[in-house]
Ligand binder design. Structure first.
Ligand SMILES: Cc1cc2nc3c(=O)[nH]c(=O)nc-3n(C[C@H](O)[C@H](O)[C@H](O)COP(=O)(O)OP(=O)(O)OC[C@H]3O[C@@H](n4cnc5c(N)ncnc54)[C@H](O)[C@@H]3O)c2cc1C
Length: 484
């Protein structure tokens, strides 16, 4: 243990540097790693697995007691989508291996038709099995995990991040690593290390709303299937995905259902004041377990999830909305009369906070026109899906069916610190572009790219920005990633 001077910042006042005070704390020292991954969500878990498989000594730090981030702690599901609208698989590699391993455990049906017609496929999974499988894969690759630990501070030096100070039951501990990966979703590590960022939308900083996911069991999905087939007007369908006719055809053959609707009853309940959720429909997805559904319908707008007080306020609002949604479903929605609440998620779902300013910023045009890059590390095929920050409504830009947009390596890199790689939803992109690649299959593919990049930097003894793209590409292909 040694004493360090720390600068203490009042909670929720990111910019009020004049209020900072200097204090002294005892900080322990942890072992040195090649790669330290901060955040064990979908992108961080895959980054850590990829880096460990490429030979790096890896520590993955996670604030929860399990891996998976939004897919486990925030109750998100299904994974959506590994395919482009034409049905071609654009995400492979470690993300797809996770699905194969879950299938082998009976914990996923694999990629199945999306009955909402929003995407070509969705990938339902059992979130408890996902926690186990992600940890198994990391440990098998030789990586190590540290749970119940949050980033507390970052110390920088001439070569970039010198130490990441974390906080847990042992107090404060400083870890050194040659390369650091920020997979916190919010860019916590990058911002504390001095990286520039943009919050949300360029013109006003507004971010996509948060959603508290609600998990229900004992839902009669056979009855819902019949009702949706007989009353297609009560549901939303997407012309780009074939509209109601294709939706009904998929409902007849898909082993699990996803639907956006109960439009009439929901509108009436909103008009009566029974629900005050700023959402235009009920959106729900059946999980890998038949009759268990995730209701992704609550919506909390106008709050900033990187402000701990506003995040706390959002948790309460989201849980109260879920109570209203459950009452609505039991009373007014076919198939939900006997629904049993399993839980609201451990953490409210956060769609958007900071976008780190990197060496290349991905734009809406890059996504729409699948702009080719010379340093692509991942591909995507999911539409630009913006849950509007200001009101009820979802602003979707569907993409051409054969789209395969590209994520360049430079969007994972910042000018300073030199030994930092950013992965997941907060890589360098505009609000609109991030609304496309933020989904879990693509976030995982980006994680694999970032993990390989970090490991190659360690192997070659250079900062990540100086690793030749050819080395990253070769290693990614060896790990079965799909690249152009
Ligand atoms: C409500 C909602 C619904 C969605 N629906 C879908 C969907 O149906 N399908 C789909 O594919 N995608 C969906 N998404 C998008 C997707 O879930 C996320 O964009 C994606 O998971 C982001 O991955 P990530 O690795 O960047 O972040 P996350 O998966 O959120 O991981 C971040 C991890 O870092 C940890 N962490 C954060 N800060 C710290 C810190 N300071 N110290 C230590 N650990 C930290 C967190 O605990 C977490 O585990 C949805 C998102 C939301 C919010």
């Amino acid at each position: 243990m040694k004493e360090i001077k720390a600068v203490v910042q009042p909670a929720g006042k990111e910019t009020e540097r004049n209020l900072m005070r200097e204090m002294s704390f005892a900080v322990g020292s942890g072992p040195a790693y090649d790669v330290l991954v901060m955040g064990g969500g979908v992108s961080g878990s895959v980054a850590a697995i990829a880096a460990a498989r490429a030979g790096a000594r890896v520590l993955l730090v996670e604030e929860q007691g399990f891996l998976g981030g939004s897919l486990t702690a925030m109750g998100v599901g299904p994974m959506m989508s590994f395919h482009n609208p034409a049905g071609e698989q654009v995400v492979k590699g470690i993300p797809d291996e996770i699905i194969e391993r879950l299938k082998a455990r009976g914990a996923s049906l694999g990629h199945i038709p999306d009955t909402t017609t929003y995407c070509s496929t969705v990938t339902p999974f059992d979130s408890e099995e996902l926690k186990i499988e992600l940890e198994n894969m990391l440990v098998e690759a030789g990586g190590q995990v540290l749970y119940h630990t949050q980033l507390a501070a970052v110390e920088t030096g001439p070569d970039g991040i010198a130490r990441a100070v974390v906080c847990n039951k042992a107090g404060l501990t400083a870890f050194t690593a040659r390369v650091f990966i920020d997979s916190t979703g919010d860019g916590d590590l990058a911002v504390r290390a001095g990286a520039a960022f943009q919050s949300g939308r360029a013109d006003d900083g507004a971010v996509q709303p948060m959603t508290m996911n609600l998990k229900l069991a004992n839902v009669d999905t056979a009855a819902i299937r019949r009702y949706a087939i007989e009353h297609p007007d009560d549901f939303l369908w997407h012309e780009s995905g074939g509209g109601a006719a294709e939706g009904i055809a998929r409902l007849r053959r898909s082993p699990r259902i996803s639907l956006a609707g109960f439009l009439g009853a929901w509108r009436a309940a909103r008009e009566r004041g029974e629900v005050d959720v700023p959402r235009e429909q009920v959106l729900f997805f059946e999980t890998a377990v038949s009759g268990v559904v995730i209701v992704n319908t609550s919506r909390v707008t106008g709050l900033n999830a990187t402000d701990p007080f506003q995040l706390s306020q959002a948790e309460g609002i989201g849980r109260r909305q879920c109570g209203q949604i459950l009452n609505f479903l039991r009373r007014h929605a076919v198939g939900f009369a006997q629904a049993v609440r399993m839980d609201t998620a451990a953490k409210i779902g956060v769609r958007e906070t900071r976008h780190i300013a990197g060496r290349y910023t991905i734009t809406r045009e890059d996504i729409l026109h699948a702009r080719p890059f010379a340093d692509t590390i991942a591909l995507g095929g999911y539409p630009i899906d913006i849950h509007t920050p200001d009101e009820a409504g979802t602003d979707t830009t569907h993409l051409r069916p054969d789209i395969m947009y590209q994520i360049p390596l430079r969007s994972l890199l910042v000018e300073r610190p030199a030994n930092l790689v950013v992965v997941g939803r907060c890589i360098s992109a505009t609000h609109e572009a991030a609304a496309a690649f933020r989904v879990t299959p693509i976030a995982m593919a980006i994680g694999q790219g970032g993990g390989v990049l970090a490991a190659e930097a360690v192997r070659l003894g250079v900062p990540p920005g100086e690793v030749p793209y050819a080395a990253v590409r070769a290693r990614l292909l060896e790990q079965n990633a799909r690249l152009p």
